[in-house]
Write a protein that binds this ligand. Structure first.
Ligand code: C2E
Ligand code: MG
Ligand code: MG
Length: 786
């Protein structure tokens, strides 16, 4: 019977119950990862707390129901009832912490708590009621015990959850204490009825404790049966799930392993094959024995699939790189980690190959520019840290292109490989040779104490590469031009060093090949200007932006007999450029062929306009002479312009190209055959000498202006002019003196017996409209003289 009490004292019991539950929960939660002994100690502690809490709930509840009897509980009854509560709580906690967490065990644990609480109530109240027998309503006892058991079950289940609902286990467990205690007390009839209660219809004559035990037995049996049923269902479901999973995973190509808390719980066949161990060995073993990298990962975060790369250790002691994909699954009713392993050896090999190809040249197997940049960056860093200097060699094979063109790519490839082998045999292990273009290589020579070390290596390379090659029966000769830049002297930027080595290489090539040059300041301005001119000249030729001036040629008697056509060009960025500068550029780039054809055409037309009174001399580059169809082209040009052959003269300089060049000689013969004249230009410079006059079919010799400039100074130059004249006379050649700048030069040359004169003293080259005016004025004067 419930007395009227303030709300606060009514709330006391549940508050104590919840407080007790939260302390028990906190203690039990810590027990999870502990050793068995520590767990027993904690279970005991938690059980004691639960018992004290339960006892307190009971005392509060007793005070509510029977305000005057609290102190009347005899000691024996107190001990008895307290031990019921302690026993119940301890058994429940033991089951929860030590036994498998299946439904049956959970049902047992929860019903033990409820039963312990109920028994505590009856043991205590029976003690008070002695010698009377308690009168109570059995149905109420059973219902509240069941309710308490269900609350305890819910509390345990909630405590096992991983999510936020877990916290609800505390009130549930708290009420699982309060409800059976309240229920038991409320089932007890008032004291006045105790004596007579046994005779009441809805009351039993049994001792309440006996009755509670019986009903507890029934409840426990019911819980256990229900729990076992649920467990069986679960077991069947898990078994079928496992079978399905196994069938699925065994048929997969990927190795799968399921592990929980660092221990392997299942694997598929592929995994067993991959690791080289039978399933019996693997299952139950710690995973880090086979996947050392995986075990150290933080699996608690692995809610989402987690990919990684690690290694596995096989039974044969082999280490295999694998790719892993892990995720959490529910396996056998609780969470586990499933990890898929993929052997990535072949992928790694392919990646390695791709990496090699990306960093190496396929033909020579040499590192490429990418690796050079890496290595160079490292060496530069070493220099900055106070290390020794370095040298960058830019190597370009001379005449490689012509070998490739004439003997074919196969021979060209072999030649490259042989040349590379020769370079490699001359360098140290720490030197790095890279192929960065067709026949271009960059050699990085680190730790260079003195430039001489680089210089002597370059000389050795020049020598080694220029030795003859025997390739499939072909005797091949090439050379190497080498440009060298030094770090830190020439810079400590990779690109800058390579660029400067390139500039030095360019100069080495320009100065006659098979040589090596160190970079010098100023080399690059020349190169830059040259690159600009190259581009602009090409555009100028395309758009016919060049002009031709004509320099008069006169006889000793001042009679105008012809003109020399001389090209003029103004570059958009560099201004007026001398032919001495742009003609070599046109020759090297091959532009001279088109340019020469254009000059020839324009000059022939110009000469035609003079109506046969004056001839025209056109300068022809040796490169043009080696063009197979040059004689034919000249004939066609003359024909197109309507110019008679005797009015055209071609000026050639005897250079390397003419020397021993059968094609050039044939061309000269063919041109002569057309009826035009050939003159040897710039006589007295470079390669030409008196002996040349015998060898080639020249009609004329033009003594170079550098010679004429010295003529006034001394007898030696005059003697040479006299010798040239004498020789020429003998050979029937006409002699022209070029570059006459002064009256003295004119007089000396004329007195020596030169046939023709040309020079600024007589007239500088004349351009455009001035030419017509010049001719007109001259003809007027001649007419007047006549
Ligand atoms: P070159 O054939 O020996 O031409 C004569 C050069 O001497 C011309 O120089 C001319 O302007 C210069 N000259 C004439 N009189 C004097 C003088 O009194 N004093 C001085 N200092 N120089 C004088 P330019 O026009 O600069 O031509 C230089 C060279 O460029 C030519 O030498 C020729 O080899 C080449 N060249 C010019 N035009 C052509 C062309 O259309 N085709 C080819 N292949 N070469 C050309
Ligand atoms: Mg000339
Ligand atoms: Mg000349």
């Amino acid at each position: 019977m419930l007395n009227a009490h303030p709300l606060l004292s009514l709330l006391k019991a549940p508050l104590i119950g919840i407080g007790t539950a939260s302390v028990v929960y906190a203690i039990a939660a810590r027990a999870g990862g502990m050793k068995p002994r520590a767990r027993i100690a904690l279970a005991g502690l938690a059980g004691t707390v639960a018992a004290i809490g339960g006892w307190r709930v009971f005392l509060v509840s007793l005070h509510i129901y029977f305000p005057h009897v609290r102190d009347a509980i005899p000691l024996a009854a107190r001990l008895e009832s307290f031990s019921f509560m302690t026993g119940g709580a301890f058994i429940a906690l033991f089951i929860t912490l030590f036994l498998t967490r299946n439904s049956r065990n959970m049902a047992l644990a929860s019903s033990t708590i409820a039963a312990g609480a109920s028994c505590m109530v009856f043991a205590a109240v029976s003690g008070i009621a002695e010698p009377f027998t308690l009168a109570y309503e059995l149905s109420r006892v059973i219902i509240t015990m069941l309710a308490g058991g269900l609350l305890a079950a819910a509390g345990i289940r909630l405590a096992n959850r991983e999510d936020g609902f877990r916290i609800l286990s505390i009130p549930a467990l708290g009420f699982s204490l309060v409800v059976p205690i309240f229920g038991a007390l409320s089932a007890i009839l008032p004291f006045a009825d105790w004596v007579t209660a046994t005779r009441q219809q809805n009351a039993f004559a049994l001792h309440p404790l006996q009755l509670v035990f019986v009903s507890e037995l029934v409840v426990m049996l019911a819980f256990a049966l229900a729990g076992a049923g649920v467990d069986r269902q679960n077991a069947l479901r898990v078994a079928s799930e496992n079978t399905r999973l196994r069938e699925l995973t065994d048929n997969m190509f990927e190795a799968l392993l399921i592990h929980r808390k660092g221990v392997i719980v299942d694997i598929n066949q592929v995994c067993s094959q991959l690791l080289g161990w039978p399933a019996e060995v693997l299952v139950g073993s710690p995973i880090d024995r086979f996947l050392p990298g995986l075990a150290t990962a933080d699996w608690s975060d692995a809610e989402r699939p987690h990919a990684a790369e690690t290694i596995i250790m096989t039974a044969g002691g082999e280490t295999i790189p694998v790719e892993t994909l892990s995720r959490m699954i529910s396996f056998g009713g609780s969470k586990a980690q499933v990890t898929a392993l993929r052997d990535i050896r072949s992928r790694r090999a392919a990646e390695e190959k791709i990496r090699f190809l990306a960093h190496h040249d396929a033909l020579t197997k040499l590192p490429n520019r990418l690796m050079l940049q890496d290595a160079l960056a490292r060496e530069i860093a070493a220099i900055r840290a106070g290390g020794l200097g370095l040298a960058i060699f830019y190597i370009d094979l001379d005449r490689f292109k012509s070998v490739n063109d004439t003997l074919g790519h196969q021979i060209g490839d072999k030649l490259l490989q042989m040349a590379v082998a020769r370079i490699l045999s001359n360098i140290r292990d720490i030197d790095l040779l890279c192929r960065i273009g067709g026949d271009e290589f960059v050699l990085l020579q680190p730790r260079v104490e003195h430039p001489d070390i680089a210089g002597s290596l370059a000389a050795r390379l020049n020598h080694a590469i220029s030795q003859p090659y025997d390739i499939d029966g072909h005797a091949v000769n090439i050379g190497a031009s080498i440009g060298i830049a030094l770090g830190p002297q020439d810079g400590t930027e990779a690109e800058m060093l390579i660029g400067k080595a390139d500039v030095a290489l360019y100069r080495a090539k320009a100065d006659g090949r098979n040589r090596h040059y160190f970079f010098r300041p100023g080399m690059d301005t020349v190169l830059r200007r040259r690159r600009v001119l190259e581009q602009e000249l090409s555009a100028a030729i395309e758009h016919e932006d060049l002009t031709i001036c004509y320099q008069p040629v006169v006889t000793a008697d001042h009679e105008l007999v012809g003109f020399e056509a001389l090209l003029r060009w103004t570059s958009p960025t560099c201004g007026s450029i001398s032919p001495d500068e742009f003609i070599p550029i046109a020759e090297e780039t091959g532009l001279i062929v088109r340019l020469g054809a254009w000059v020839l055409d324009a000059a022939c037309r110009q000469a035609t306009s003079w109506g046969g009174r004056y001839w025209v001399a056109v300068n022809v580059s040796p490169r043009q002479l080696t063009e197979e169809d040059f004689p034919r082209l000249t004939a066609e040009t003359m024909a197109r312009a309507g110019l008679a052959a005797h009015l055209l003269e071609l000026e050639v300089t005897e250079g390397v190209a003419l020397h021993d060049n059968a094609q050039a000689l044939n061309a000269l013969a063919a041109l002569k055959h057309l009826g035009l004249r050939i003159s040897l230009d710039d006589f007295g410079t470079g390669y030409s000498g008196l002996s040349s006059l015998h060898h080639y079919p020249f009609d004329k010799v033009k003594i170079d202006r550098s010679f004429i400039a010295r003529i006034a100074d001394g007898d030696r130059a005059r003697a040479i002019v006299a010798a040239v004249l004498a020789m020429s006379r003998q050979l029937g050649l006409t002699v022209t003196a070029e570059g006459i700048e002064t009256a003295t030069e004119f007089t000396v040359v004329r007195d020596s017996g030169c046939d023709l004169m040309q020079g600024n003293f007589l007239s500088p080259p004349i351009c455009d409209n001035d030419l017509d005016l010049y001719i007109e004025a001259r003809e007027c004067r001649d007419a007047a003289h006549a």
